[in-house]
Design a protein around this ligand. Structure first.
Ligand code: EPU
Length: 425
């Protein structure tokens, strides 16, 4: 049965919300468990659809995986199976991060390509080029990336773009290569630091985590470990924007506010009062009294404004006072959802990389369709500020990235429900 979220707009969101581990970290950390024989334990894992899907990918490679609420335990075999088939891989794109670990462990990988994506093309050329420079041969055969290497040898690798996925795959291959690898123009996302920390705990020798230059001194083998996943900065940003848009007051705990510096600064410019919460329950509070003022946003790799937050920026601009320009520099098709927001009365125009949004006083509830995780969450935020009811369909996208989304919204005072019913199109 198809499900949708029914959002009755108008509530001011007030209260406290806890953020757990980051989707875009846990999935890679699960893949990293392939690098060491034995039992790896991950804690603070989000209870989202993508975690069991990634568990299935790992089971197909010979791992035993158990999930107990926020704890994922992976028992990695002495020699994983090197073939990841289409049936499990096609369900989530993040599954391509098994490529690097498989090449490192098995010296061979056949990894089915997950296929297209609603946010734009997602080639693997930089992943493959990096592996080639480490000594592997690689190509696409019958819908799979095939990579093989007698030996992996450290190399100097320059990435054309600080790709998160390419950095991770090359890093996970390099930790077990002979000699030293330098990855230049590496991604600097907090999730990259997280995987470096876990790999270091496993015995990897890595310098420069969080900078553009990662230096990896290869080791013979790694040991399994226990690791706590970092808080999800994209979920944190979703709540921050929700507070600003609903003229609310939300305290977000469990995420490092330093990972959201630019988001929080933009919200201050929009008129919000933002304070940070110190350890042990790290987080921040966003309070907004009046209507937000228009702000421009430009997406860029970290520490720039994350492309994943862009739909929330468009939603904020849609109800802000004035005109905002939102520029998308990472994924070429990431404005697709704007059509849906326009059906809610958003005054927005897209042209290539740019979206101009003239804020309106109130949006108007409508049935809308989510095309990816963040677009779906952005439509829910818009629905919170709309007159009447917004139905957000295809919510399985949202379930892939947001644990307890509806429950958290309800706790903050939103009038939202998950409804099982066929769509009236
Ligand atoms: N790119 C290439 N060639 C490559 C790799 C990437 O041209 O070999 C391009 C992509 O097409 C894109 C840009 O480089 O235009 C950035 O892609 P990147 O590799 O950094 O993204 P990713 O690793 O595929 C992760 C997140 C995305 C997030 C991006 C950017 C995961 C599972 N996914 O994707 O998150 O938007 O980094 O920060 O970590 C989401 O969570 O909803 C999501 C899409």
């Amino acid at each position: 049965m198809s499900e949708h979220f029914r959002v009755q707009g108008g509530a001011r969101l007030v209260g406290e919300v806890s953020v757990v581990g980051a989707k875009n970290s846990v999935l890679k950390l699960m893949a990293a468990a392939l690098l060491a024989e034995g039992t790896t334990t991950l804690t603070n894992c989000p209870e989202i659809l993508d975690v069991p899907l990634m568990a299935d990918v790992l089971r197909g490679l010979g791992c035993e995986v158990s999930i107990d609420h926020d704890e994922v335990t992976i028992v990695s075999p002495a020699m994983p199976n090197h073939r990841a088939d289409f049936a499990s891989m096609s369900k989530l794109r993040a599954s391509v991060c098994v490529l690097g670990p498989l090449v490192a462990r098995c010296r061979k990988a056949v990894v089915a390509l997950p296929g297209g994506d609603a946010i734009g093309s997602r080639p693997l050329d930089m992943h493959q080029n990096g592996l080639r420079q480490l000594g592997a041969t690689t190509g696409i055969e019958h819908g799979c990336v095939v990579a093989e290497a007698e030996n992996l040898t450290g190399a100097q690798i320059w990435l054309d773009f600080p790709s998160v996925g390419a950095t991770e795959n090359i890093l996970m291959a390099a930790v077990l290569a002979d000699g030293t690898t330098v990855i230049d123009n590496a991604a600097r996302e907090p999730e990259i630091i997280d995987i470096c920390v876990m790999l270091q705990q496993m015995g990897a020798k890595i310098e420069g985590a969080g900078t553009s230059t990662l230096t990896v001194h290869g080791v013979q083998s790694l040991q399994p470990t226990e690791h706590r996943v970092i808080g999800d900065r994209i979920v944190g940003a979703t709540w921050a924007l929700a507070a600003a848009m609903t003229r609310g007051d939300i305290t977000v705990l469990g995420v490092d506010p330093g990972h959201l510096n630019l988001v929080l600064e933009k919200l201050r410019t929009a008129g919000a009062e933002v304070t940070t919460v110190e350890q042990p329950r790290q987080g921040f509070r966003v309070v907004m009294d009046g209507r937000p003022k228009a702000v421009d946003f430009v997406t860029l790799p970290y520490p720039g404004f994350a492309t994943d937050n862009q739909p929330f920026a468009v939603a904020l601009a849609a109800v802000a006072e004035g005109t905002s320009m939102i520029t998308e520099n990472v994924f070429e098709a990431r404005f697709r959802f704007v059509e849906e927001m326009m059906r809610m009365g958003a005054d927005a125009r897209t042209d290539g990389h740019h979206c101009v949004v003239r804020g309106v006083e109130k949006l108007s509830g409508a049935p809308v369709w989510a095309s990816d995780i963040r677009a779906g969450a952005g439509l829910v935020l818009a629905g919170l500020c709309a007159e009447g009811v917004t139905e957000v369909w295809d919510v399985f996208h949202i379930d892939r990235g947001y644990p307890q989304f509806i429950e958290n919204l309800q706790r903050l005072g939103a009038d939202v429900q998950r409804v099982s019913a066929p769509p009236e199109r």
